[in-house]
Design a binder for this molecule. Structure first.
Ligand code: DGL
Length: 290
């Protein structure tokens, strides 16, 4: 696999651009293809079977586009489908849960952390498992915050409504021993400032995107896949649907985002057919770490 190939990043929608932002900071010379499944977002309310099916299709499409590594920017997909994607993809697959859990374990002093995410992410228990695997003494409270995603998509990231909803979901954290909060969803970094205001400056807020970009850099270096390019990388942003609201959110997440989005129909046979490619590619070892 030539190291000049692009990195593939995908998410259920535009929220994964929060991870892209960190990747661009840390790996500015890498080429990158981003796929946001805006036609089928949200994933966070779907069953594991459907989430896995969508993820396989997108991974196959990225592989067809010759990516050298895949970053699963979506917490819901990382929580539900990562082992399967690792088993079927012949390139390294980096998720966000490992990085988020690791950052939380490193940050906590009280040994009590909270993880917030979509209903599917919380139901999967992927974060508590990963935290316990890293340090069995750390206790994890997981909580779904379903209103945060539509709020962010509607641009409500500050003001009295945002404050009230944050207080509704997380107000009790201030009275507990929890000292670290993991933002286990692509959209939540946009609420980080408001969370600090509502929950106080003492709470450490972990954005899994930072650690994910670091994990990607490490994996590329270890596998000799880091680009030799000296100029800044080329980027493609592909979405399965395009609306003004999605574009506005994309611009908020990635300042400087010029809006040169491509649209890809996930109902088209050509998109689904990419899946066949997965069957004909050599498999990496199931469950092998990224
Ligand atoms: N991208 C999803 C995540 O990080 C949030 C949006 C959705 O529900 O699809 O979990």
């Amino acid at each position: 696999m030539p190291s000049t190939q692009p990195i593939g990043v995908f998410d259920s929608g535009v929220g994964g651009l929060t991870v892209v932002a960190r990747i661009l900071e840390q790996l500015p010379r890498e080429d990158l293809i981003y796929f946001g499944d805006t036609a089928r977002v949200p994933y966070g309310i779907r069953s594991p079977r459907v989430i896995r099916e969508f993820s396989r299709e997108i991974a196959a499409w990225l592989l067809e586009n010759q990516v050298k590594a895949i970053v699963v920017a979506c917490n819901t997909v990382s929580a539900v489908a990562l082992p399967e994607l690792r088993a079927i993809c012949p390139v390294p697959v980096v998720g966000v849960v490992e990085a988020g859990a690791r950052q939380a374990v490193e940050a906590t002093r009280s040994g009590e952390v909270a993880v917030i995410g979509t209903a599917s992410t919380v139901a999967s228990r992927a974060y508590p498992h990963e935290v316990a695997r890293l340090d069995s003494a750390v206790r994890t409270l997981s909580r779904a915050c379903p209103l945060f995603v539509p709020m962010v998509e509607d641009g409500i990231v500050e003001g009295p409504v945002a404050e009230a909803v944050i207080r509704h979901y997380l107000g009790d954290i201030r009275q507990s021993r929890i000292d670290t909060l993991v933002l286990g969803c692509t959209h939540y970094p946009l609420l980080q400032e408001m969370m600090h205001q509502v929950l106080g400056p003492d709470l450490t807020i972990v954005d899994a995107a930072q650690g994910t970009a670091r994990d990607l850099a490490r994996v590329l270096a270890e596998r000799d896949l880091a680009t030799p390019n000296l100029e800044s990388g080329r980027r493609r942003y592909v979405f399965s649907d395009r609306t003004e609201a999605f574009q506005a959110l994309a611009r908020r997440i990635l300042p400087g985002f010029v809006g040169d989005m491509e649209t890809l129909d996930v109902e088209a046979p050509a998109f689904r057919q990419a899946l066949r490619l997965l069957g004909s590619l050599p498999h990496s070892e199931p469950g092998s770490p990224a």
